[in-house]
Design a protein around this ligand. Sequence first.
Ligand code: PSU
Ligand code: MN
Length: 299
Amino acid sequence: MIVVGDEVKSAIRTQQAVVALESTIFSTLGLPSPANAEALEMCLSAVRRSGAIPALTAVLDGVIWAGVPEELHERVLDASTKVASRDLGIASSQNIASGATTVSASVLIAHQVGIEVFATGGIGGVHRESQITGDISADLDALAQHPVTVVSAGAKAFLDLPRTLEYLETQSVPVVGWRTNDFPAFYTRESGLQIPHRVNDAKEAAQLHLARRELGQGGTLLVVPIPLEAELDSSRIDDAIEKSLAEVQSRALAGPAVTPHVLAAVERATEGKSVEANLVLAEHNATIAGQVAVEIANS
Ligand code: PSU
Ligand code: MN
C-alpha cells in the first residue's frame, strides 16, 4: 500500500507544488555515509527553497511511502535493499523492513499519488555491452510509462550513452536540455551527444510538461548539466570507469548489483571528488525540479 505523508497529502490536495525524490541515491547503495545524509538534507532544503514540498519515497516495514516522515529518514539512509518498480509489489506484500527506491519505483509511486515532478542525480540507462548482457535499466521504461518530468544530470558515462538516447527515442521519451543541446554526462557538463530539444527556464519546462499531459503522453527527461564549478575532469573519470567495469566483469556481477558497484568504485578512484560533485548536482537538480513544479502548480 502507498501511504502519502501528511504534508505531501495536504500539498497535493491543495494543488501546491510537490517534488518526488528517490531514495537509492540517499542510501549507501548510492552514496557513502555521511555524504548520503548530507545529500538528503541538501535536496530536501533545495526543493523547499524553490517553493515546493519534497516527497521522499522508500519502503519501510512493507509500507510504500510518498513523503517519508522525518523521524524515519534515518532508516532510509540505512536501507540496503534496492527496490525498482518490479520489486514494489513484493516489497509491500512481503513486508520488507527497509527498501531504497530507484528512479523506476519512484516515478511509479509519484504517478499513483498525483505528483508530476521528480528529481534525482542520475538515471539508469543502457549499459555498455548490453547486446551481450541485456542490461537496460528499468528506469527507461518507467520514464516512458509514467507522466512525470524527471530532472537529472543525465546519466553516468559508465553507461552506453548513445544507446541510452536511442532507447529513449524509441520509447517516445523526450530528452530536453536545460539551457543546453548537449546531453550531460553527470560529472561532466557535456557528452558530445546532441539532444534535439532544450528549454531556457522553468516556465518553458512546465509548458512542455502540460502540453504532454494534454496529449496523454508519458514522462519527460529534463537534463541539467552539473554546475560549472563542480565539474570533474573527464579523463580522470574515464580511467575510474574503465577500472570499475573491469571489476564488474571479473566478479561476474549482474542485475541490480552492477550500478552500486560501479558507483562505489568510481568514488574510490576519484578519492571522494565524485561524491562532492554528486552532492552539488543533486542539490541543483532538486532546485530546478522545485521551480518547474511551482510553475506547473501556478499554471
Ligand atoms: N545513477 C547514479 N546514482 C544512483 C543511481 C544511478 O548516478 O544512485 C541509482 C538510481 O536509483 C537509479 C538506479 O534509478 O541506480 C538504477 O539502477 P539500475 O542500473 O540497476 O537500473
Ligand atoms: Mn541493470
